[in-house]
Design a protein around this ligand. Structure first.
Ligand code: MG
Ligand code: MG
Length: 265
């Protein structure tokens, strides 16, 4: 069942999405060689709780036999695709780090992610970052009334593959609302004209996960972290987007992050 949202609900979703955007901007300022992921996680949790939000990933139920997710942020480094658990291992020059954050506020979820470079990174890794981010925006452009989910999926896949990268199949974007994961699923690969119709009030978390090498992934023994099978880098970007007046309106923003990064230069 797809729950379409009214304007009031969309504004509440925007508030939650922007809380995530501001959290990611705080983290952006701290990402450098030597930074400790668990400390970044602590900063994020404090900011969210101080501002009346609830970290949505912390305590998230794992599959059978896997402990609940222990942190506010998913921090996925280099070959980690998503769902990485923050560790005490310092970041190193040349790493890339995907930071995914979820909050619940006023009963609605925000869920949004950015991949950061730690110091200087290799040009081919920068290209993977750029192409993944571009593919996110190309997917968002397709989120107009009358299109179908497959149009979003197709746009993302085309751009990634045209540039020689591969698309993770097992993990997908999703509807967003009073639950963090609602219908429909939003694969990052697919055919034009396939899948559910896009309608006014649809809210999606669109999140391409693009690999430098093979598309296949593996689960680490911690039960959470997903890595590429060939251990080559993977990049993840995620925005929360609503259909308003037939067109996509991005509820989250990278502006705060990019302002923070520009100040560091
Ligand atoms: Mg996310
Ligand atoms: Mg998501």
């Amino acid at each position: 069942m797809i729950y379409l949202k009214n304007r009031e609900e969309i504004e509440l979703l925007r508030e939650s999405a922007l809380m995530v955007s501001r959290t990611l901007a705080i983290i952006a300022k701290e990402i450098k060689p030597g930074a400790i992921p668990v400390n970044l996680d602590k900063l994020a949790e404090e900011y969210i709780r101080d501002n009346g939000g609830i970290p949505a990933f912390k305590g998230y139920k794992g599959p059978h036999g896997v402990p609940d997710f222990p942190a506010t942020l998913c921090i996925s480094i280099n070959e980690a695709v998503v769902h990485g658990i923050p560790t005490k291992t310092p970041l190193r020059e040349g790493d890339i780090i995907s930071v995914d954050c979820g909050v619940k506020k006023n009963g609605f979820f925000g869920d949004h992610a950015y991949t950061f470079a730690v110091g200087e990174i290799k040009p081919e890794v920068q290209k993977l970052i750029d192409v993944t981010k571009e593919s996110l925006y190309l997917g968002i452009e397709q989120m107009v009334s009358g299109n179908r989910i497959g149009d979003i999926s197709y746009a993302i896949q085309q751009h990634a593959e045209k540039n020689g990268f591969s698309v993770v199949r097992e993990l997908v974007g999703h509807g967003l609302g009073r639950k963090m994961h609602e219908e429909p699923e939003v694969p990052n690969y697919g055919k034009r004209g396939d899948g559910p119709k896009i309608k006014e009030g649809l809210v999606l978390a669109i999140e391409p996960m693009i690999n430098m090498g093979v598309k296949s992934i593996k689960q680490l023994p911690d039960g959470w972290t997903i890595v590429t099978s060939d251990r080559k880098p993977s990049v993840h970007f995620e925005h929360d987007v609503a259909v308003i007046d037939g067109k996509p309106s991005i509820l989250s923003t990278y502006d705060y992050i990019e302002e923070a990064l520009a100040q560091l230069k």
